[in-house]
Ligand binder design. Structure first.
Ligand code: ATP
Ligand code: MG
Length: 242
């Protein structure tokens, strides 16, 4: 893979917690992910999947190592610039949606633009377009408690994609949904991926979902135990770990 089409690059990325002795939640990972790749991330609970996504989006700071987004080393950025890069280059969706409960769908989706000092009018115009795109035009004025789980996750997707970021991180996005709503959310992510050619890192415990991605990583004890882009024994590891 050439430097120019690497969208996410991790260099010896590590996150350690010290509590008497040092424990590596992420243990010096090297990884390169290209534009438009959909990567499923699997592995047992505690393997470091959420830690890895939180470091990639700059929500968390590594103990050592580096994260490059489109060639920019985010660890070298000031807090302000890192926050800006996170909002504009890396969209993130979570198992628990993380919508603001007192805001309507439209206000939740507009928020990233409002935080970048765009006018309310412009922010809401763009947010309406996004809500329409995820099939929620009718729910624009609804608060999260007035929507279903699947609808809330669609709002979160609209919010994550409002800047048209090259990278979308999804941490078990269907984990709190029934299977029909979960399927709907995955279909939406696939449609958007076809349109936008964004890079998607998707944490999932579901093997079928993982198999619908072009690339599969298995994390174990803070390391990449398997990477289907560099296949060796992916089938045996899957059988053994699931
Ligand atoms: N603030 C913290 N202090 C100490 N240890 C932590 C902290 N945050 C996470 N960990 C540990 O880091 C390890 C990796 O956690 P992480 O949340 O990345 O796992 P995960 O692979 O996402 O698991 P799950 O599938 O359950 O979501 C776990 O052992 C966890 O206990
Ligand atoms: Mg997790």
């Amino acid at each position: 893979m050439t430097e120019s089409n690497s969208v996410v690059r991790l260099e010896k990325l590590a996150k350690a917690y010290t509590d008497g002795q040092t424990f590596y939640a992420l243990n010096h990972i090297d990884l390169e992910i290209g534009r438009g790749e959909r990567v499923a991330i699997m592995g047992p609970s505690g393997a470091g999947k959420s830690t890895m996504l939180n470091l990639i989006c700059g929500l968390d700071v590594p103990t050592s190592g580096r994260v490059f987004i489109e060639g920019t080393d985010i660890s070298q950025l000031s807090d302000d610039l890192r926050t800006r890069l996170r909002r504009e280059k890396v969209g993130m969706i979570f198992q628990s949606f993380n919508l603001l409960p007192t805001l309507s769908a439209l206000e939740n989706v507009s928020l990233p633009l409002r935080l970048r000092n765009r006018s309310r009018r412009e922010a809401e115009r763009r947010a309406r377009e996004m809500l329409e795109r995820v099939g929620l035009h009718r729910q624009a004025t609804h608060r999260p408690d007035e929507m279903s789980g699947g609808e809330c996750q669609r709002v979160a997707i609209a919010r994550a994609l409002i800047f048209d970021p090259p990278v979308l991180l999804a941490d078990e996005p269907t984990g709190n949904l029934d299977s029909a709503s979960g399927e709907g959310v995955l279909q939406l992510l696939n449609e958007l991926h076809r349109e936008l050619n964004n890079t998607i890192l998707l944490v999932t415990h579901d093997r079928l979902t993982a198999e619908s991605c072009e690339r599969m990583l298995i994390l174990r004890d803070g390391r990449v135990a398997e990477d289907s882009a560099h296949p060796s024994t992916i089938e045996s590891v899957l059988t053994e770990s699931l």
